[in-house]
Design a protein around this ligand. Structure first.
Ligand SMILES: Nc1ncnc2c1ncn2[C@@H]1O[C@H](COP(=O)(O)OP(=O)(O)OP(=O)(O)O)[C@@H](O)[C@H]1O
Length: 284
């Protein structure tokens, strides 16, 4: 079971006078159980890429395989509902999609929609709300009275409630304060390590890539520029070899170097760097 992109292309507005090629001939494999970061400059195709994973977008050419599902232009997906249950997609600012009167019913909506009966859906709602750090006192409250960070938790709980194997997160910490972002990232890591979820995360945050992810996919103008494990990605030789260095990578490197961290090939020691970074950031 894994995720494979084979010769995938996506052209928006394909059969119009203004087509826009967002992805070109993407070939990738994402291992089951991995925590993969998708990075790249704005407009490089990250969101377009991940929206193929639950067939929200269909390829204009090539295909995506997710477990036993084949997502291909012009081919009907065997069981779209089941695919969407296996692949939970969390959009940017998912809190805008909350709509029920209480937090409990909002979170229970997903499982009910997938045919789980009311009682179990509510039990799941309680469980996942606890997991995202909201206790039972929140169940009867309106989702609209919460802070931005709490709303984000409710929205993510709504996806976790139907227990997808794969979690696709499109900039999940955008707009959160550093502590809220850290708590969210710690939750995703726990879902990955303790619950075996495959996590695919679009992000601009290099600290999160370094501290939480195993693999990095760098997109550039709709093409795959680089696939690397995290340790090798942050080596000088890799960063310097990139044709275009997205500003967030350059800035992250500058910040770390300013703190005295070297990206030198031999001196690079990921566990030590992560530990030191944690200390540094915790004290800010
Ligand atoms: N609905 C759409 N219709 C037409 N073109 C689109 C549409 N959505 C995205 N695009 C174009 O496709 C390209 C890739 O966009 P996409 O949103 O996938 O990039 P991204 O890397 O996620 O960007 P960002 O980091 O800004 O979110 C861009 O050139 C964008 O303008």
């Amino acid at each position: 079971m894994s995720i494979t992109f084979k010769n995938l292309s996506h052209i928006y507005n394909e059969k119009t006078p203004f087509p826009s090629a967002a992805l070109k001939n993407i070939n990738l494999e994402i291992a089951d159980g991995s925590f993969t970061a998708i990075i790249g400059e704005t407009g490089s195709g990250k969101s377009t890429l991940v929206q193929h994973l639950n067939a929200l977008l269909l390829p204009t050419d090539g295909e995506v395989r997710v477990n036993d599902f084949v997502i291909k232009a012009g081919e009907k997906i065997k069981d779209l509902k089941q695919l969407r249950r296996q692949v939970g997609l969390v959009f940017q600012f998912p809190e805008y999609q909350l709509f029920e009167e209480t937090i409990e019913t909002d979170v229970a909506f997903g499982p009910k929609n997938f045919g789980i009966e009311e009682k179990e859906a509510k039990e799941r709602a309680r469980y996942v709300l606890e997991l995202v750090g909201l206790d039972a006192s929140y169940l009867e409250r309106s989702p609209f009275d919460l802070s931005g960070g709490q709303k984000r938790r409710v929205a993510i709980a709504g996806i976790l409630a139907f227990d997808p194997d794969v979690l696709v997160l499109d900039e999940p910490t955008a707009g959160l304060d550093p502590q809220g972002a850290k708590e969210m990232m710690d939750l995703f890591k726990k879902l990955n390590t303790d619950f075996g979820k495959t996590i695919i995360m679009v992000t601009h945050d290099m600290e999160h890539v370094l501290n939480y992810c195993d693999e990095v996919i760098l997109l550039k103008k709709g093409e795959v520029e680089l696939v690397s494990d995290v340790k090798n990605f942050f080596k000088d030789s890799t960063i310097d070899s990139l044709d275009v260095q997205p500003p967030h990578i350059v800035e992250f490197k500058r910040q770390l170097e300013a703190r005295g961290f070297a990206f030198d090939e031999d001196a690079f020691d990921l566990p030590t760097l992560v530990q030191s970074l944690k200390g540094e950031f915790d004290h800010e």
